[in-house]
Design a protein around this ligand. Structure first.
Ligand code: ZN
Length: 261
């Protein structure tokens, strides 16, 4: 069975900016999905902000193994209920890949619990990405380093928690550096942040970038059954303890109580 990837695109710049529309006539989300569908083991489809519930109903997320997210101009327009729904699916085991300016997406900030801020400059400068985790599955098939001739600069410090792994570090022509490929585990879900992908440059047409996207989907895929109720916090009564115990001391709660939230 193929890995079901859903590429979520904000789809705003493509509709309002001629340069972006020229590079991505079918939208950035479609270009990313096309890259993924070059892999016979991946079946990628798209969803956009403008669809009802942003195209991310509970049913759609249940049928998504890995969700990719590109957002920028309209982070604030993403419904909080949809953000929480996506978070719960990640905790339950859905993979999530955050692309470029999705560092400020509500879902990334929700899952990181930190400002996710950085320094930036839009000057079309060269970015050189170095593979910092040899033989990492996300770097499979890549050279030790590769370049993107025109990219936006993102610089450290990047306001995220220390990652599980740093797969890429970027150097920019102006001198800054950035941790540009970071892995996290949130609940049962694998999370990957990948930096390149500024809308006015043809980054998602780059062969190495497309390789990273395919590798990342394979890496983020969790083949185990999605955890059913990720928010469950059941009380275990004394009589149900695995080993016999005698209750001691005062207590506030009753057996089987739902507990406080
Ligand atoms: Zn950008």
């Amino acid at each position: 069975m193929k890995i079901r990837a859903t590429v979520w695109g904000e789809n705003v710049h493509e509709q309002t900016n001629k340069v972006v529309a020229g590079i991505y006539p079918a939208g950035m989300h479609q270009a990313i999905a096309d890259a993924l569908n070059q892999d016979p083991q991946i079946a990628a489809t798209t969803a956009t902000l403008q669809e009802p519930e942003h195209g991310l109903t509970d049913k759609r997320l249940s049928e998504t193994d890995v969700l990719l997210w590109w957002g920028h101009a309209a982070h604030g327009q993403v419904d909080d209920a949809v953000v929480e729904r996506v978070a719960e699916h990640v905790w339950g085991g859905m993979g999530l890949i955050l692309l470029h300016s999705a560092h400020f997406a509500k879902i990334f900030k929700r899952l990181m619990g930190s400002p996710c801020n950085l320094t930036w400059r839009e000057a079309g400068e060269r970015e050189r990405l170095w593979v910092t985790s040899r033989n990492h599955p996300i770097a499979h098939g890549l050279p030790d380093h590769f370049e993107l001739e025109n990219e936006e600069m993102y610089g450290e410090p990047f306001g995220v928690p220390e990652p599980l792994e740093t797969v890429f570090v970027s150097w920019f022509q102006g001198g800054e550096v950035f941790r540009s490929g970071l892995t996290y585990k949130r609940g049962a879900g694998h999370v990957f942040y990948f930096r390149p992908g500024h809308e006015t440059y043809p980054t998602y047409h780059d062969p190495n970038v497309r390789t990273v996207l395919r590798n990342a989907v394979r890496w983020a895929h969790n083949s185990a059954k999605r955890v059913a109720d990720v928010n469950a916090a059941p009380n275990v009564p004394v009589a149900s303890a695995l080993e016999p115990i005698t209750e001691r001391g005062p207590r506030l709660h009753h057996d089987g109580e739902a507990g406080l939230r």
